[in-house]
Design a binder for this molecule. Structure first.
Ligand code: HEM
Ligand code: HEM
Length: 204
């Protein structure tokens, strides 16, 4: 790979044979996932609020479970597309920075896989058996039956994955801000839609 720019020089590296920006399908999935995850955190507290009436809470739980399973579908689609679509060249030139950004991206993927898996297992293992209705359209089969120990473990893991996602999301967001504010490169632009070539630099 022959890179032509480094952070601080005003452009994300370009490499021969690599696209300049992320594929539109990957861009759409990235931002849709972010919106759905934000909705999940917003729904989580009113759905657990015991002062609310039960019908309302039931509906919020169903919404949370349906959105969560949709996120799972998006992540699977995204990972499959990542296998067949070439990504742009790594944004960071230094080996350590590249390792750090790969680690954060992998951690984010792990969290958005762990959350729907632990969520579904938690709902399935719950001592109170409540069906999972996907946006009211059909009932999602529960892969396991009620089991208090599994329920409690999944609850802890779900909570932990949620907190880890928040922490990694903050690091990821911070890194994007560094690219924009300090390195003045076109990183954000390559995770957005555009025809043909992305501008090599925000200043260009
Ligand atoms: C990306 C997807 C998801 C995110 C970001 C997410 C996030 C959260 C958060 C932040 C909480 C509150 C945790 C706490 O207060 O300890 C929560 C609770 C919960 N989630 Fe999810 N979740 C996701 C997917 C799912 C899925 C797919 C299901 C089930 C099919 C699910 C079922 C639940 C349940 C049942 C609770 C309540 C746990 C309790 O009783 O305290 N979640 N989720
Ligand atoms: C406001 C919040 C966010 C901003 C501004 C943002 C921005 C970006 C940008 C600009 C890139 C491209 C990096 C590059 O070209 O090398 C990127 C990549 C990525 N983002 Fe985010 N992002 C945000 C939230 C999230 C969240 C919540 C997730 C969790 C799923 C996430 C997961 C990823 C992953 C895994 C990549 C690597 C590309 C891939 O493998 O598809 N991002 N993000």
């Amino acid at each position: 790979m022959s890179a032509r720019a480094v952070p601080g020089e005003g452009a994300v590296p370009q490499a021969k044979g690599r696209p300049r920006r992320w594929h539109p399908a990957l861009v759409a999935l990235h931002w849709l996932t972010l919106i759905l995850i934000a909705a999940q955190f917003l729904i989580a507290s009113p759905m657990q609020d015991e002062t609310r009436n039960l019908v309302e809470r039931f509906e919020l739980y169903q919404l949370h479970k349906s959105i969560g399973l949709t996120v799972a579908g998006f992540v699977v689609a995204r990972l499959l597309l990542r296998l067949v679509i070439k990504p742009p060249a790594p944004a960071n030139e230094g080996r350590l920075l590249r390792l750090a950004s790969d680690a954060v991206h992998s951690g984010l993927y792990l969290c958005v896989i762990a959350l729907p898996v632990t969520g579904l297992l938690m709902a399935a293992a719950s001592p109170i058996q409540i069906p999972t209705l996907y946006f009211g359209l059909f009932q999602v089969p529960h892969p396991i039956g009620p089991d208090k120990a599994t329920y409690e473990l999944m609850l802890r893991l779900h909570d932990w994955a949620g907190n880890t996602l928040l922490a990694l999301g903050a690091v990821h967001f911070g890194a994007v801000l560094v690219h924009i504010a300090l390195w003045h490169d076109n990183l954000l632009r390559r995770m957005w839609f555009g025809r043909g070539k992305a501008q090599p630099s925000l200043r260009a």
